[in-house]
Design a protein around this ligand. Structure first.
Ligand code: SAM
Length: 288
């Protein structure tokens, strides 16, 4: 394996193809072999695994993944990187590169290609869309074993926080619902080219076989959660009654809160996952 995970090799490849990094795509390439090895080890990839890599860049981590997995599907948005990937991955016959925006890819169809067996996601994520990507992976219902990703440290904190903190939001609740989060490594800015302005953290999210709460309708639960945090300053009653897609009235929200022994002035940021689930189940019954 021609290890691209250092400053010299990465600069050489970028120079050879006269590739100009695009800030708008969150391009900060990993140039630290120790961190690369740590991410791949944390992902616990075995020969039978199919790995989905989001944003392969010049293929640095893809090479590590191709060595360990049975198959790697790498989705890269930047067309300019495709000729580079064809070069750096030319020796691997188990890698498929798809040039597409990950948010537009039919994730369930990808899983079907893997015979419906759970995929492992591994990525050094573009920071401008970390939360939408993680939410999309969870909500796609694709079979997933784990997600091992580099994220901004602030996002890693958001994944692990509970009610009352200002970081608490839809991402915290989605992670609690779907997976067990673990911090793998804190990563200094010097491990990237160019250096990002924020600190980074590698987290592993191991998918639960069964969520810790019983939602009558998962999609509705997350619609309620999103609507509750869309307008953080508003009370839950106002947030939910004004949210178009939910189809619940002000009276129904007030009644559900009253039955739960909650004040009509309560805000979403104070509710646990259990309380959100109870609220959404009650609202569903009332809607019916
Ligand atoms: N994996 C490489 C590494 O570790 O050196 C690159 C990581 S870089 C932080 C993020 C990568 O995601 C870039 O290659 C960028 O072009 C790609 N990317 C950005 N937005 C994307 C999207 N919506 N869909 C797929 N790839 C995307």
């Amino acid at each position: 394996m021609a290890d691209l995970g250092n400053f010299t090799k990465t600069s050489e490849i970028l120079g050879k193809y006269q590739f100009r990094m695009q800030k708008k795509y969150g391009q900060n390439f990993l140039i630290d072999a120790n961190i690369l090895a740590k991410i791949v080890e944390a992902a616990q990839i075995t020969k039978g695994d199919c790995v989905l890599e989001i944003g392969p860049g010049i293929g640095t981590m893809t090479q590590y993944l191709a060595e360990e997995a049975e198959r790697v599907i790498a989705v890269e948005i930047d067309r300019g990187l495709i000729p580079i990937l064809e070069d750096t991955l030319s020796v691997y016959d188990n890698v498929t590169v798809i040039c597409e925006d990950i948010l537009k890819v039919d994730l369930s169809a990808l899983a079907e290609e893997n015979g419906g067996r759970p995929l492992k996601v591994v990525a050094n994520l573009p920071y401008y869309i970390t939360t939408p990507i993680i939410m999309a992976l969870f909500e796609s219902r694709m079979p997933l074993a784990s997600i091992t990703v580099m994220v901004q440290s602030e996002v890693a904190d958001r994944m692990q926080t509970g009610p009352g903190s200002k970081e608490y939001g839809a991402l915290s609740l989605a992670v609690q619902y779907y997976a067990k989060p673990e911090i793998v490594a804190r990563v200094p800015a010097s491990c990237f080219l160019p250096r990002p302005n924020v600190d980074s953290t590698v987290v592993r999210l191991t998918r639960y076989e069964k969520p810790p709460v019983e939602a009558a309708d998962e999609a509705f639960l997350f619609a309620v959660i999103r609507a509750s945090f869309n307008q953080r300053r508003k009370t839950l009653v106002n947030g939910l009654a004004n949210a178009g897609g939910l189809g619940v009235t002000r009276g129904q929200v007030e009644k559900a809160l009253e039955e739960m022994g909650l004040s009509p002035m309560v805000r979403g940021e104070t509710l646990t996952l259990e309380r959100f689930t109870e609220l959404s189940n009650r609202l569903l019954r009332q809607r019916e």
